[in-house]
Design a protein around this ligand. Structure first.
Ligand SMILES: Cc1cc2nc3c(=O)[nH]c(=O)nc-3n(C[C@H](O)[C@H](O)[C@H](O)COP(=O)(O)OP(=O)(O)OC[C@H]3O[C@@H](n4cnc5c(N)ncnc54)[C@H](O)[C@@H]3O)c2cc1C
Length: 409
């Protein structure tokens, strides 16, 4: 090899380098450090400030976080949901997905569902990683390039620094540089759908809109998900509408109330009240990326949105990244004496599942946005048939019962 990366060949516990301190990268770092595997995380941001809004942690996600010792943090910052409900855009008629009088999600799936602010989840992961290794997260560290050979990897940062390790994981999100270097540029396809996002202070809402559960409003050309976060102090709203004229994939692009209202004409008063109570609205263009047919090349692999970005229609983006982090750490713990084999085991354990969830999330668009919903009677029939108990079980059970802490690797 022309460029040797100076690393010891005799190590049995590899040193892991992670590009990106997002939800997946930090979960991986925490799981690795807890397993006694040294790692460092290189993050482009200069400070870890709060960005984003709500995330739904489903039982497959809380199972991992609780396994990593974060149960008290999740319970104190999040909101446990006893159910999910679907409501018809026009009349507000309501259907329960997981009838809590039969069994709460925690009993049904063996781990609870929590609704959280992304900033709170991110902060608890940062703190937990730092408790394991105070200087593990390196800020101002934009990863731009890497080399690898049979003895290790060398990661290059934008400011010219270079760091070496045994394994590199690209957890650098939607616009991943590591994925681009491994497999070339992605070709995201606009879905024709954009999302409105915002947070409403709960004290501005009437009592009946403060309940601890996720509500999904279904309409003919759009659907809206609302749920409380941050100990119930805020209500998160994400409203997806079919619109061809907004193609910016951003978490921070602002939009006006007037424009937002125009996207939900005639929708139920409860939803409009939530929109009116939000101070800042943001617009996010939704793009589809084909799942990758391969994640690893030698000592380098990917995790989270970098390899399986998905539409938010099943609420699984963060949960899949969290599962990846746990399975990756288990594979490195078990097979780490041979890092290449460890990464192949990780890919083998994860790629099929995440590809399936990417596809199923995309397919939900046609279920959510259906012309039958135009008419209230036909719409009610449509919801009763598409959200009947069998269909709900088919949609969610394989996702929620998965246990990344014990799945075969
Ligand atoms: C700012 C922000 C806000 C978000 N808000 C929401 C939200 O409100 N609701 C929701 O459902 N999802 C949100 N997401 C997406 C959600 O976090 C992810 O879909 C999911 O958690 C998968 O996590 P991930 O670790 O793969 O990616 P992310 O959590 O997106 O993390 C990727 C990390 O990599 C860093 N990074 C990117 N490029 C480089 C580079 N070249 N070098 C070093 N570091 C790099 C990014 O700064 C980021 O910290 C947000 C993501 C971001 C980045």
């Amino acid at each position: 090899m022309s460029m040797r990366v100076a690393r010891s060949m005799s190590k049995t516990v590899p040193h892991v380098i992670i590009a990106g301190a997002g939800i997946g990268g930090l979960t991986a770092a925490l799981a690795l450090l807890k397993a006694g595997i040294d790692c460092d995380v290189y993050e482009q941001a200069s400070e870890l400030r709060e960005v984003g809004a709500g995330l739904q942690l489903s039982p497959n996600g809380t199972r991992v976080l609780f396994g990593l010792g974060l149960e008290p943090d999740v319970r104190s910052e999040g909101v446990e949901t006893g159910d999910k409900v679907v409501r018809l855009w026009s009349t507000g008629q309501t259907w329960s997905l997981f009838d809590p009088t039969v069994a709460k999600p925690a009993e049904r799936f063996g781990s609870p569902m929590y609704l959280m602010h992304r900033g709170d989840l991110h902060a608890m992961l940062v703190n937990a990683v730092r408790r394991q290794k105070p200087d593990a997260i390196k800020l101002n560290a934009r990863c731009v390039d890497f080399d690898q050979d049979d003895s290790g990897i060398r990661l290059k940062l934008e400011d010219g620094r270079q760091v070496t390790g045994d394994v590199l994981i690209g957890a650098d999100g939607l616009h991943s540089r590591i994925r681009q270097q491994l497999f070339g540029p992605a070709t995201p396809k606009f879905t024709g759908i954009m999302a409105w996002r915002g947070l409403a202070p709960v004290e501005r809402l009437p009592e009946h809109l403060r309940r601890p559960m996720a509500t999904q409003w279904l309409g003919p050309n759009g659907h809206v998900t609302c749920y409380p976060v941050r100990r119930g102090e805020l209500v998160n709203m994400v409203g997806e509408v079919e619109r061809d004229d907004w193609r910016l994939e951003s978490w921070v692009e602002p939009g006006s109330h007037e424009e937002c209202r125009k996207d939900f004409p005639g929708w139920h008063r409860d939803l409009l009240d939530i929109i009116e109570s939000i101070d800042s609205l943001y617009k996010w263009g939704l793009f589809l990326r084909e799942p990758l047919p391969k994640w690893c090349v030698g000592r380098v692999s990917l995790l989270g949105d970098s390899c399986h970005a998905m539409l938010p229609f099943l609420g699984q983006g963060a949960n899949m990244a969290i599962e990846d982090g746990m399975v990756l750490a288990r594979c490195i713990q078990k097979y780490g004496a041979d890092p290449v084999a460890a990464l192949q085991r990780y890919e083998a354990a994860r790629r099929e599942r995440t590809t399936d969830v990417v596809r199923r999330s995309a397919n939900m668009a046609a279920t959510f946005h259906n012309d039958a919903l135009l008419d209230s009677e036909a719409g009610a029939k449509y919801i009763s048939s598409h959200w009947d108990p069998d269909k709900i079980r088919n949609r969610y059970d394989t996702i929620y019962y998965y246990d990344a802490t014990s799945v075969e690797i």
